[in-house]
Design a protein around this ligand. Sequence first.
Ligand SMILES: Cc1cc2nc3c(=O)[nH]c(=O)nc-3n(C[C@H](O)[C@H](O)[C@H](O)COP(=O)(O)OP(=O)(O)OC[C@H]3O[C@@H](n4cnc5c(N)ncnc54)[C@H](O)[C@@H]3O)c2cc1C
Length: 491
Amino acid sequence: MNQHIHGQVVILGAGPAGLAAARSACEAGASVILIEREHRLGGILKQCIHDGFGLFRFAQRLTGPEYANRERTALQQVIHNVSTGNATANSLGKTGEIPGLSTGYPQHGLTILTKTFLTSVVQQDRRTYLLTCVNQEGMLTITAQALILATGCRERTDRQIFIHGDRPAGIFTAGLAQYMVNIQGVLPGSKAVILGSGDIGLIMARRLHLEGVQVLGVYEIQNEPSGLARNLRQCLEDFAIPLHLNTTVTRVHGADRVQGLTLVRVDDQQKPIPGTQFEVECDTLILSVGLIPENEVARSLGVPLDRVTRGPIVDQSYHTLVNGIFACGNALHVSDLADYVSESGDIAGREAARWAMSESLPERNLVPLEGSREFLYVVPQRVNTNLDVKPILHFRVRRSVDQKSRITLSAEVSANPGAIKDSPLAAAIRKKPFSSAPVEQPRHSSSSLSPVPIAQKTCPVLRPAEMERMQVSQTVPSHAQVLHLTCKEVP
Ligand SMILES: Cc1cc2nc3c(=O)[nH]c(=O)nc-3n(C[C@H](O)[C@H](O)[C@H](O)COP(=O)(O)OP(=O)(O)OC[C@H]3O[C@@H](n4cnc5c(N)ncnc54)[C@H](O)[C@@H]3O)c2cc1C
């Protein structure tokens, strides 16, 4: 059966980012459709039964399922407050989710579609996106003014890190091993090596150890661990699981099942050191070698991506460079904390609703935000100076900085703002008829510009593994040309 529904805001993915986005878009008064391919809401949190979630958002130490439940309950609360008591809200209250196609499509409220797969999305006209989905009821088309991508991330696999040798049974990504142990109740093996010291690998080292698996060690190619300091302590040190830095797996042995691995020590350029090879006997290799934002949909819509984060380039409202498409959570950049993911959903949902409900399309004036060489990346990568939203910055450094560091955000503005107002660029922007692309400021010679500090933060230690957050409490000057994030050691 073919059906058609319309939502002002459509959200793809119902992990913590999508749930928060749905709540805030509903709160802002938009009609919202939340699409999830799995049969339950909550995303990856459903399988994260360890605690450590919610310290920032709820000031409590929650497990993943508890955190997801808080977000689901908050969504349910808002629907009860905002909507007119529709069937969707009632069903959500009873079961937490609605399998397949929910009945009734309220004008102002929320429709949740679980077990629903997106097959295509195209821009229908300058204000509308057309999505085609399929679920147990058949085909479904959905139109939307704004689309929020909250699709999470995926794990890198052995193919992406070029391990030689056989491909027997017994090689798992850490997330898959977690799903097997925590959801399916089966063990992946009895003697395991963990490759990669990201948080999921550390958490799985402890989890497997607690379930009786012999965990031989965590091996990391880099010269410093890539997981959070608290996970190193609580998952490895507390259980005497060894961490070997500057070491990697080069070959897998085994015909039907993994029988062993060849490992080698590497130098600081990650090149194998001759004569340092050794073999380890095991039946399981767990890979925790990185996460990549899930961005197939963004790509299909021509959304420009950041080559470092591998998520969309966005402004401070998490609006991508394609009008009407927003991104949040791990689909935008991989976060260590679900709390930050939810915060990005709050903002994306509210701002997407504002965009979708505006009568005429607001013009966006985007200026670049750049980090100095200490920074691996900064999100957002642009600031829309026409928008009254104060940016929240997330950044990672390239290398550890142990000394106290002062992070400063400054805006480069013309000494004479009037000069910009009357510039040929400003005139061109004013004359520009509506187009689907926002206006991007071209580069200016810095000689006519002066930096104005607009935010500062002191960090005791900066590590690549720990993402930092910085709230900009001052409004970005409307005539800013470029924003700079710099890092200085505090003497
Ligand atoms: C093993 C592990 C341990 C972690 N431990 C902690 C911790 O201790 N503390 C902490 O704060 N954080 C932790 N995190 C991080 C946190 O869980 C994540 O940052 C957060 O869950 C990401 O939320 P998200 O909504 O962006 O993505 P996800 O939770 O991945 O949700 C994305 C959702 O989108 C759906 N989806 C994707 N594509 C489509 C599509 N095309 N159509 C429909 N639906 C789609 C997926 O099915 C999924 O439900 C951990 C993460 C992992 C993986």
